[in-house]
Each structure stands twice: as structure tokens, then as C-alpha cells.
Design a protein around this ligand. Sequence first.
Ligand code: E4P
Length: 222
Amino acid sequence: MKIFLDTADIDEIRTAARWGVLDGVTTNPTLYAKVGGSSYESILAEVCKLTPGPVSAEAVSDDVDGMLEEGRRYAKIAPNIVVKIAMSENGLEAISRLADEGIKVNCTLIFSSNQGLLAAKAGASLISPFVGRLDDINQDGMIVVRELAEIFAIHEMDAEVLAASIRHPQHVTQAALAGAHIATVPFKVLQQMVHHPLTDKGIVQFKADWDKARAELAARKG
Ligand code: E4P
């Protein structure tokens, strides 16, 4: 399963790239608002230099022409831009037209398998079910991930399931087991995946034992 970082924060993206675990990035207007400071386009351009993987840029228009204009503009930033279009009737039309133009689309705000199926049929290459937001309303968000992964496999559809709205490390494991092709994770969750209390404790213990053995050796020699 590929791992994308769900952020517009350049430092976080740079760190994950250095760790060698970054397969792509997803951004959205909320994540952009959190960092602000420069234009969305300039942040996207910088992100695209940090990863050769897909970088999702979200359109906010609700009419087809607006979505097309935003999508075409973002697609010109770099070859690895993927335009994010929210699921809607207009969204499906925009996805279909952008896909016809060879622009890759990530259909976002997916909360049911039927929505994901339609988005894939319209031509979206990434389908983003929002796991955490479904969990928040007492529905099992992972069911949509599992169903879509099965549907795409059964019908040999090319679209990839991108598990989004990931809130904790268990979501990542569950998404991988459910057959998600990609999980997009906040940096905090990526850090939580790295650590285990026994690993961290073990590192401290090994270092202390090493220092003790070296000190004893030095004392014997001296
Ligand atoms: C990513 O593509 C989504 O926009 C993001 O995962 C949504 O996450 P949230 O539900 O935590 O805002």
C-alpha cells in the first residue's frame, strides 16, 4: 500500500521524503488554510518538487466550468498534479471532461461505495473514501474502503482506492488489510506509526548498556 502525506506543510513533506516513505501528497483547502502564507499554487509547486508521486490539488468551484478552469490551471503546475474534485453531479461531469483531456483526477468526499463506483466510471483514477468522518457519525468508514477495493478488483477497474480522513495508526493497518491501494495520513499519524514504547525504551537501554561496557573497558585499561 502506498502512503501519501495529508498536509500542505512543506517541512512535514520534506521530513517524510527524507525518511524514504513518501509516495505522494494530498492537500485540501482546510490543510492549505492551516499553513497559508503563500498562494496555493506556489505551495503546490514546491510540494511537487519534493515528491515525484501524485500531489492532489483541490478545486473549490461548484459549477462545471469553474472546476474545469481550476483543474486545468493546477494541472499546468507540474506533471504529477492530480486534480481533486468533490463528488457531485457537476463533479462527475468535470471528472469525465478532465479525464478526457488526460488530467488525472482524485474524486474526494466519497462516503459510499456507489459514489466511488460512479467516480471511477466517470474517469477518476483515485477515489477517496473518508474513513474518519464516517466513523465520527457512528458508521464503519472502513467498509467503504473494503467494498471499493473489492469492486475494482472484481471488475478489473483501474481506479485506486485512497483511504482518506485517517485519524490514527490503526486506520492505516485496517486500510492496508481492507485492500486500499493508498492511505493518506496526517504527519502526526505517520510519526505514531514509527514509534512503539518498547522500541523507544529498547534504544535507550541499548545505548546505556553500550556506554556502561565502554566505560568499564576504559577503566580496566586505565
Ligand atoms: C484528503 O484527501 C482529505 O481531504 C483528508 O484526508 C480529509 O481529512 P479530515 O476528515 O481529517 O479533514
